[in-house]
Design a protein around this ligand. Sequence first.
Ligand code: KG4
Ligand code: ZN
Length: 335
Amino acid sequence: MKVLAIETTCDETAAAVVERGPVVLSDVVYSQIEEHAPFGGVVPEIASRSHVEQLTAVIEEALTRAQLHPCDLDAIAVAHRPGLIGALMIGVTTAKALAWSWDLPIIGVHHLQAHLEAAALAGEEISTPYLGVVISGGHTDMHRVEEAGRSRWLGGTRDDALGEAFDKVAAVLGLGYPGGPAVERAALQGNPKALRLPRTLLAKDSLDFSFSGIKTAVLYRWRGPNATYPGRAPGAPEPQDICAAFQEAVFDVLAEKIRRACTQESLCEVVLGGGVTANQALRQGLAQRLGNQFRLVFPPLQFATDNAAMIGALALRRLEDGHRDDLELVAEAQP
Ligand code: KG4
Ligand code: ZN
């Protein structure tokens, strides 16, 4: 069984062919980073237009690399929520047109659930129930997952998502966009003990997150109290030290919330996904803090940030369960 999967929820135009296993037969990602970089973040209108321009070629490339024709496919899968509504509509409309013209079933896939499916692309055995932790540019969520696609939300961010906090820290320090990789690179040269940043843990048993406090703390450490200076304040810490201290603080918070969730839900298996899991220091930091208590499963690096292979992997599971959508499928911005 093989699916062609399409991903256009934000600023990556992606298509992949995935076979039952899951085995990734092809994986093509066109990143729009260069188009958004001059604006310091994703511009929704530019994202939609770029998807229109790139998607057909990306799909053709995915089929060519997999050495397949449309008649070899069993379904079209598409990430239909959540995301930027204009961007989602391009993927969903294209998927529907292909499903109709090639006479194939269509499957709508939840982008965040698919992030947790990315770990399965490493061939890791994952036993349910597990704690699913999605840390991306738009979400920081923990779920109790009973089986792929069936889960209960346990908690999430009350303000900024963790990826968003990385991006904002990078913006404050002038490290450029996208911020996550820039902060990770800078932190490699930094001393995490040079300054201490706040760890917001909320109520004793809370499984929610808040990252706006640490973001503001970084702003004040860099530009002085109440951001008095337009740029770096006299005596401000070195940017690489701020990045290292920021990472240490958010790893502490993540580890504590994961520990709480596992304890409250009696879980010992933790599956992580989303763009921030591309951060190697995060993988090591969580392994150091939690590795002797829980089994941590990360996605292969290439499938940590947005891609279509994870969409295909979850779609295959749902196809096997007998699930099909129809041409009434709609794009939805909200989870
Ligand atoms: O999952 P993703 O590709 O897209 C969304 O679904 O949002 O996540 C993108 C986020 C961005 O905020 C980006 O800065 C962050 O993931 N990110 C990282 C790293 N690579 C990407 N954050 C920290 N360290 C990284 N190496
Ligand atoms: Zn994502």
